[in-house]
Design a protein around this ligand. Structure first.
Ligand SMILES: CC(C)(COP(=O)(O)OP(=O)(O)OC[C@H]1O[C@@H](n2cnc3c(N)ncnc32)[C@H](O)[C@@H]1OP(=O)(O)O)[C@@H](O)C(=O)NCCC(=O)NCCS
Length: 179
């Protein structure tokens, strides 16, 4: 699978589109993030106790907090419902690197390209801002997820076992051509 080339913001299906998420729809995104990451936590031994920062355990203050750090929240909408969402924005510590964070698709609507469409939108935004690369951090033990990102063009930078974390953090990066 490869990322669609520009234009990247376009309907991803007849009734599907990428939208900017406004604050009135944060609760809808929060529900998608909770159920979306819920499948991941149950598979990898992640709990509210050992990883309270995982979106599966977010409370309503979490989305505004990420947005306040300069990350844009966007979503795939279909039939008036948010089916998946993600955040993208500039890395604070690494110049010209953008991060894609907290990508989640409703388990009921997976395997239809919504995840890839959200990654493509993150790429579009990063490239438009002049970024050299789009970075992500994933649970390394989720080898299926890593393989998916690899198919989308990402490469592994490193894998780190942080003290206190029950999983390994894999940093991946997609080099961006100027857009
Ligand atoms: C990863 C995820 C966003 C993909 O969403 P999607 O809309 O199904 O993505 P696409 O349809 O574009 O691509 C599907 C591919 O994603 C991968 N994938 C799907 N579900 C997955 C899961 N639960 N875990 C890992 N990889 C998954 C598979 O390779 C799948 O291929 P397949 O349809 O041939 O089985 C979605 O599975 C999800 O929300 N997972 C839980 C949250 C998560 O891990 N987010 C990533 C954080 S960095």
């Amino acid at each position: 699978m490869s990322l669609p080339e520009p234009p990247l913001v376009e309907p991803v299906g007849t009734a599907l589109r990428i939208i900017d998420v406004t604050a009135d729809r944060y609760p809808e995104c929060l529900a998608v993030l909770r159920t979306g990451f819920g499948t991941e936590v149950s598979e990898f031994g992640i709990t509210r106790e050992n990883t309270p920062s995982n979106p599966a355990f977010w409370d309503p203050s979490a989305i505004p907090a990420v947005v306040a750090k300069g990350f844009g929240l966007f979503a795939v909408e279909g039939g008036g419902r948010i089916l998946g969402c993600a955040f993208a924005g500039p890395s604070r510590s690494r110049p010209r690197i953008w991060s894609l964070r907290h990508l989640a698709v409703d388990p009921a609507t997976r395997h239809s390209g919504h995840g890839a469409a959200l990654v493509a939108e993150g790429v579009r935004r990063a490239r438009a801002a002049g970024a050299e690369a789009l970075a992500i951090g994933i649970v390394a033990e989720n080898t299926r997820l890593a393989a998916w990102y690899r198919r989308l063009g990402f490469e592994t930078i490193d894998k780190t076992q942080y003290p206190g974390l029950v999983f390994t953090v894999e940093r991946m990066r997609l080099a961006l051509s100027p857009g």
